[in-house]
Design a protein around this ligand. Structure first.
Ligand code: TPP
Length: 581
């Protein structure tokens, strides 16, 4: 029976059916649901690792031990895990190893728009690229076959639209592959120069074999068309747009394998059409390969390498009729992201703004501290970047910046890649103040557990890292905890730690207001007789507060009674509604 399935859920289904036994991942939109769905299968051991490198190495260890394994991440996660990836390409695998990576053209939820296909080429590993949920399931299974047949990790590339769209999937049964025997093999698995030198030719040979496989593989298929004026090579979600706007008009070479590419198949296809056209999102990856074969084509000279495509964009560029309905951007009112009502990060950012701090930021819900009226963020680069950067900033600018510059980082991001930056401060001694925004969850990506929360992916009790002890053990004498709902305490902590003559850590601790176990106070209301319309309460950018007829107004469907606005009101106009939320 066919069922509607999210692309990421279909990947998880494919992993399950292929007999995958171990999944270790780090969350990141649009990849997260692969692992969340994988965790629903009892047959698979599933975990959130502290970061993508750890996840990939864990999956590698599991495959080395003899079980099919998987790790999943978003595109930038592959940067973090690139180090093991490039050498795993040399060692190859024991049982199959599949690495899921999800790109985010259009940057729906990302800090950049990189194209992961380059990693497959650079690390010399195969990459499969599904276009819908049925392929997501099938390619996940195929990836294990290729991994074991060619002795290689296999990349499975998703993108936002394939990962987050639903389409029909026919499920199958799980196979339970026998655990592969573990045999010590120093020449294959110990990558020191003498051994690695012998593995590199193996890798080059493997790419040739994979290329030969790609020539006849069904996943690289030619779909005939009536009009050979144009022939389109495409893949992933671009294939869907092409089919939607062209139907069967033009012949299409759909590449299910992004790397290596089938040289002869491409040459034959090019020879069968007048104008070869490559339709691909982001970089001209297929295009560059075709050009290296000496083929003339239409590609990035017409199709942009920026932002995601749409049916209309593809139609317009191919000179076909464009759908003239309302553009999506006009049909849907814009909803810029804001910190939620009751977000514990708000009080802290208000304090940083008030103290005119230079804030070296990081990635998480708290990145929204950059948005007006809080505007308390000077830099956001990549996960973990805040702590390393404050050290460099303070070393460069000296005492003047030490007294007013802070780094802010979330609990999950701190565990991901903040600790090593903190070690650098402790070791090379800059007088830096680091604020860990501990909301007891990985908020940004939808509430995943992490090593500081005390729970595992299934919500069962797990190890819990004590942030205060960790920072002290690293050599910080000044470690203090504040409640970000308490503006006076935040102000005092920030002022004192910035004035201190040694490095310090402030842990701003309060669980995310959206966590199920968090009890809310009664929403507040405004006593309009008292309100003088000074708008002091608007300085925190709370979505529950607006101005109506010159007076503050609280939307009690949003307000969680955190009381931060109350602390700013000079005339005590906020009152409790008394109705517990
Ligand atoms: C290398 C990398 N991996 C994953 C992500 C996706 N991501 C963005 S922020 C974030 C974690 C946020 O959690 P936390 O630091 O606890 O802050 P919160 O959102 O809870 O405030 C993740 C996983 C990313 N941007 N970069």
């Amino acid at each position: 029976m066919k069922q509607l399935m999210l692309g990421n859920a279909a990947v998880a289904r494919g992993l399950y059916e292929a007999g995958c036994c171990v999944i270790s991942s780090y969350p990141g939109t649009p990849s997260t649901e692969i692992t969340e769905e994988g965790a629903k299968y009892d047959e698979i051991y599933c975990e959130w690792a502290p970061n993508e490198k750890v996840a990939m190495e864990t999956a590698f260890g599991a495959c080395l031990a003899g079980k099919r394994s998987f790790c999943g991440m978003k595109h930038v996660g592959l940067n973090v895990a690139a180090d093991p990836l490039f050498t795993m390409s040399y060692t190859g695998v024991n049982a199959g190893l599949v690495i899921g990576v999800a790109d985010d053209a259009g940057m729906h939820s990302s800090q950049n728009e990189q194209d992961s296909r380059h990693y497959a080429q650079a690390a010399k590993v195969p990459m499969l690229e599904p276009s819908d949920s049925a392929e997501a399931r099938a390619f996940a299974k195929l990836a294990y076959e290729l991994s074991e047949q060619f002795d290689t990790p296999v990349l499975l590339k998703m993108c936002t639209r394939v990962a987050h769209s639903q389409s029909l999937v026919e499920c199958g049964e799980r196979v339970e592959p026998e655990m592969k025997p573990y045999e010590k093999n120093i020449a294959k698995y110990v990558m020191m120069p003498g051994n690695a030198k012998k593995r590199h030719p193996v890798v080059e040979e493997r790419t040739k074999k994979l290329q030969a496989w790609a020539e006849t593989a069904e996943i690289n298929r030619v779909e005939p068309g009536e009009d050979h004026k144009i022939g389109i090579i495409t893949s992933s979600t671009s294939y869907q747009y092409v089919k939607e706007v062209c139907g069967d008009r033009f012949p299409v070479l759909k590449l299910g394998m992004a790397w290596p590419m089938p040289e002869q198949k491409i040459r034959d296809f090019a020879a069968s059409v007048n104008v070869l056209t490559v339709v691909e999102e982001l970089d001209g990856f297929i295009e560059d390969y075709c050009r290296s074969l000496g083929l003339a084509l239409v590609g990035k000279d017409v199709f942009p390498c920026i932002d995601e495509f749409s049916q209309n964009l593809v139609a317009e560029k191919l000179g076909l009729p464009v759908h003239t309905g309302k553009a999506l951007a006009d049909a849907i009112p814009p909803r810029p992201p804001v910190m939620c009502a009751g977000c514990p990060h708000r009080g802290l950012f208000y304090t940083l703004n008030k103290n005119k701090c230079t804030v070296l930021g990081d990635i998480g819900c708290y990145t929204l501290g950059a948005v007006a009226p809080l505007s308390a963020m000077d830099m956001t680069l990549c996960m973990g970047g805040s702590i390393s950067a404050i050290h460099g900033f303070n070393k460069a600018r000296g005492e003047e910046s030490e007294g007013k510059t802070v780094a802010v980082i979330g609990d999950s991001t701190f565990m991901h890649s903040g600790m090593t930056g903190l070690a650098n401060i402790a070791y090379n001694q800059s007088n830096s103040t680091v604020i860990i925004l501990d909301n007891s969850i990985t908020g940004m990506t939808g509430h995943q557990q992490n090593p500081t929360t005390g729970y595992n992916i299934k919500g069962d009790p797990a190890g819990k890292i004590d942030l205060e002890s960790l920072c002290r053990a690293m050599g910080f004498n000044r470690v203090r905890v504040v409640d970000p709902y308490d503006l006076k305490a935040c102000d005092q902590a920030v002022k004192e730690e910035l004035a201190a003559k040694e490095p310090s850590v402030i842990i701003s601790r309060r669980p995310c207001a959206l966590l199920k176990y968090v009890k809310h106070k009664a929403p507040l209301k405004v006593n309009t007789d008292k309100c003088i319309g000074c708008k002091s309460c608007m300085k925190i950018g709370c979505p529950a507060i607006s101005i109506k007829e010159g007076k503050a107004h609280v939307d009690n469907t949003l307000c969680v009674g955190c009381g931060v606005c109350e602390q700013l009101c000079p005339v005590s106009a906020f009152e409790s509604t008394g109705k517990e939320g």
